[in-house]
Design a protein around this ligand. Structure first.
Ligand code: UDP
Length: 332
């Protein structure tokens, strides 16, 4: 059985479906602090918290786990700056508790959700795994600390892990079973589409609450450029990573970027949302958000070469179309 920690969250809930669709038996562990119990579908859900070691001991003593996927981290850059304790407790203490429990119960295979935020302000783009890791916020630091712990565990104890450094996850399940649902929502695409939905429901375009953070970056239109990768493509990479771990091909702690290799500006994303939704989306220009690098574009050639992964949904229109279909049916 594969344990998905954080399976009630955005990427985790898509992963549960991808694993089930591929014929795996899945168990979800989640504290439901940010996730939704109805997002785990037919998978059994154990409600528990990584910060409580006894929850983990009971979990591993009760179920026969072959491999763990860990998605249960807090992931808001801004919040990590104002509430670092929450981030170190959840993302570091919680994840270290997981490593202890795995070792105690003889489980040595882990797929770990990491992030391009471990790189910080890039020297150049596209960013490959060889780029120095110099995170500029507590969120990125917590993820880097765990990558380093995984490398040390591999050296000392022979643990096998694959850390996947996501660029900007976006989109929703093609069958509309799950999608992006954060509370509070801070991500660009769902906020733009929420504005489109408000307009579709008769809202006045002038009353928009949508904000664009910065138009003075060193980019073509002045807004930030990001590399958006479809959540289903992320899940396919996790399946390949799991296969690599289960077949004994991995070599200790491995690290891969997951990205499309193409950048879209905030303004371009909004324009594509206008095209997809047919709504005249307006926005307010605001100052830069703290900690936003101008351009983040990933080089995923290592994942292509070693994992055999190739993203299937590179078109921004398709990514937004899937998110829009979900937005219109999302439970409130
Ligand atoms: N952004 C924006 N307005 C918003 C939310 C985000 O202009 O309401 C910008 C943000 O500054 C960044 C990009 O959109 O340049 C993507 O932000 P998001 O929070 O979606 O992802 P992040 O890059 O922080 O992981």
């Amino acid at each position: 059985m594969i344990l998905v920690i954080g399976g009630a969250g955005y990427i985790g809930s898509h992963m549960v479906l991808a694993l089930q669709d591929a014929g795996h038996e899945v168990l979800v562990f989640d504290n439901l602090s940010r996730g939704f119990s109805d997002a785990v579908g037919s998978a059994p859900l154990v409600v528990g918290d990584l910060r409580n070691a006894s929850h983990l001991d009971t979990l591993f003593a009760t179920y026969r786990i072959r491999l763990v996927m860990h998605f249960a981290a807090l992931a808001y850059v801004g919040e990590s700056v104002t509430a670092p304790e929450l981030y170190y407790q959840n993302n570091v203490v919680g994840a270290l508790n997981l490593l202890v429990a795995m070792r105690r119960h003889g489980v040595d295979k882990l797929v770990f959700s990491s992030t391009c935020a471990t790189y910080g302000e890039p020297d150049a783009v596209p960013i490959s795994e060889a780029h120095p890791q110099r995170p500029i916020n507590p969120y990125g630091r917590t993820k880097l600390m765990m990558e380093q712990a995984l490398a040390d565990y591999a050296t000392a104890y022979g643990n096998q892990s694959i850390s996947l450094r996501y660029f900007n996850a976006a989109g929703a399940d093609a069958l509309g079973r799950v999608g992006e649902r954060h509370d509070p929502e801070t991500h660009l695409i769902p906020l733009v589409l929420a504005e489109a939905l408000r307009l579709q429901n008769g809202g006045n375009p002038a009353d928009t609450a949508l904000q664009v953070f910065g138009n003075d970056f060193d980019t073509a239109d002045g807004s930030c450029v990001r590399d958006y990768i479809h959540v289903t493509d992320l899940c396919q990479a996790h399946l390949l990573a799991a296969q690599r771990l289960l077949s004994g091909q991995s070599q200790g702690a491995e690290f891969y970027n997951l990205a499309n290799g193409a950048g879209f500006s905030v303004i371009e994303v909004i324009e594509t949302c206008r095209q997809v939704t047919g709504q005249p989306i307006h926005f307010k220009m605001k100052p830069r958000r703290a900690g936003d690098p101008a351009v983040l574009i990933g080089d995923a050639s290592r994942a292509h070469a070693v994992l055999g992964w190739k993203p299937a949904i590179g078109d921004m229109h398709d990514i937004i179309q899937s998110a829009w279909a979900w937005m219109q049916r999302m439970p409130t």
